[in-house]
Write a protein that binds this ligand. Structure first.
Ligand code: ADP
Length: 189
């Protein structure tokens, strides 16, 4: 079950808590790694819930157009297989180094390129995990400001997707997100 916590930007950005593999809508975004062949965290959960066909689809991408893997900041779509969504959009976030290695630009690109794929596919509802904030070590408050800016910017320019659902696994992470926006003066208190 995914629980709604807060609606921002006239209901087009929704802050939610739960397991993203439970999402019912058009697509979920996977915080993938460049190899695309699965991993831990949300990536592992998505592959387990989607079934082996997802891994096979990713293997085909690696054998075809993505021989070198998917570079950080980019995104690619596969079907959703056993998930309750049409598609999985695999996006590669930055590994946090020192904050001076293009991490912020790369995180924004990962969100924007995912949204562009969703818009092109005609999707209305897409769900994001908090890309790069787990094993990749991106500071959560900064990720809040940067992901929100990327999503808000894109949705301001595009009617599709209609809604971006930001799904946090932990309630405490959703709170960090909302508090960071309030502190930065870009969201409601
Ligand atoms: P990254 O390598 O991009 O940091 P992780 O999977 O390690 O990716 O973590 C990204 C975020 O996804 C973390 O905030 C983590 O709590 C969250 N997460 C892990 N599992 C799930 C899940 N099933 N649904 C939603 N979010 C999840």
């Amino acid at each position: 079950m995914i629980e709604g916590l807060r609606a921002l930007f006239g209901g087009r950005i929704l802050v939610e808590v739960g397991d993203i593999t439970d999402f019912r809508g058009d697509a979920i975004v996977n915080a993938a790694n460049s190899g695309l062949l699965g991993g831990g965290g949300v990536d592992g959960a998505i592959h387990r819930a989607a079934g082996n066909e997802l891994l096979e689809a990713c293997r085909r991408l690696r054998a075809g157009t993505l021989r070198e893997g998917l570079p950080p900041g980019q995104a690619v779509m596969t079907p959703g297989y056993a998930l309750a969504v049409k598609a999985v959009i695999h996006a590669v976030g930055p590994i946090w180094m020192d904050g001076k290695s293009g991490e912020r630009k790369t995180l924004r690109a990962a969100y924007e390129n995912s949204l562009a794929i969703a818009a092109e596919a005609g999707f209305r509802d897409i769900a994001f995990p908090a890309i790069s904030t787990g094993v990749y070590g991106y500071p959560k408050k900064l990720a809040a400001v940067d992901s929100h800016a990327a999503v808000l910017g894109f949705l301001s320019r595009s009617a599709l997707p209609e809604r971006a659902h930001l799904v946090f696994f932990a309630r405490t992470d959703a709170k960090i997100f909302l508090d960071a926006l309030a502190e930065a003066g870009v969201g409601p208190p």
